[in-house]
Design a protein around this ligand. Sequence first.
Ligand code: TXA
Ligand code: MG
Length: 330
Amino acid sequence: METQILGCSRGSLARAKQYIEEGEIVAFHTETVYGLGANAFSDEAVLKIFALKGRPSDNPLIVHVHRDYDISALIGGEPPYAAALRAAFLPGPLTMVYPSAGKVSKYVSCGLGSLAVRVPSSPTAQAFLREVDLPVAAPSANLSKHVSPVTARHVYDDFNGKIPLILDGGACTGGIESTVLDCTGEVPQILREGLVTREMIASVAGDCLVYRLRAGERPKSPGMAYKHYAPRCKTAPCRSAAEAAELYRAELQAGGAPCILAERGVAEELSGYDVLDLGGTGEEMARNLYALLREGENRATLLIGVEPRLRGGVMAGVMNRWKRAFGETS
Ligand code: TXA
Ligand code: MG
């Protein structure tokens, strides 16, 4: 199968609609990362996603809908705070988990009894979802465990020849996946941190919990239990420019090609080395992280990560991905 990368046009949208209706998979741009979409009502199409990604069968998918799609038939009701959160943050990088009405394929939620729903703000995603006018089940468009894709090229690198179409909307401006928020309880609870932060949610809902996975416990959001976002080269976590320089020299001496990923200030200190600059603010680091992890794996034998020191706001989400890419450093 030939994989086409097309921008948003009448023709490409019509083709995308046809593929989705035929049970095919279409990759599409969102403001967070690219998604790998299938008709959420079709068992066969949803199962195709798991097979393509090599995704564990107990890791549920998010359904994506356009901004005017009425989700009330798909879910078993919502608490008042959820309506307020929708009004404040959607369309945008917030996924809301509701009791499921059992209308979409059972393979979407992997038997959890809940359904995760997202309304992306990307114009490409909106145009695509409006054209198909169906709930589209879509995980991030990377092979399972690999770094999530933030350009059409990244999707192509993982799925060339396996899917017919990638709807190209340019580089993703958000850069890390949506915040996943459990809206089935009295107080909303974050299952995966992202660009919509705990503070932002609490300011609208009055309160917001953050779920922490305890050892030996069955995770509320199965995706949290998996190693993720791993670059294909060796990785080495460290905490300072001096430590990074030492690891760098050792790799050079061993005949390898090292590369360092570090936040702005540290990257500037290491200007004589092959350095990838992660950025200076939380938003920049979120936008750059996955692109630079992929850049690093393509050009280095060893990617040395200097743990960013910045905290607060979206850094909770950035550090969650960082630790899963580099392993814990403490
Ligand atoms: O930004 C995003 O959310 C991207 C774009 C494509 O929209 N999608 C994405 O999907 O990151 P994926 O499949 O890579 O991650 C979905 C996460 C997983 O951690 C999964 O366990 C969790 O959402 N999830 C899905 N349905 C759930 C449910 N019913 N209850 C709890 N967690 C759920
Ligand atoms: Mg993913």
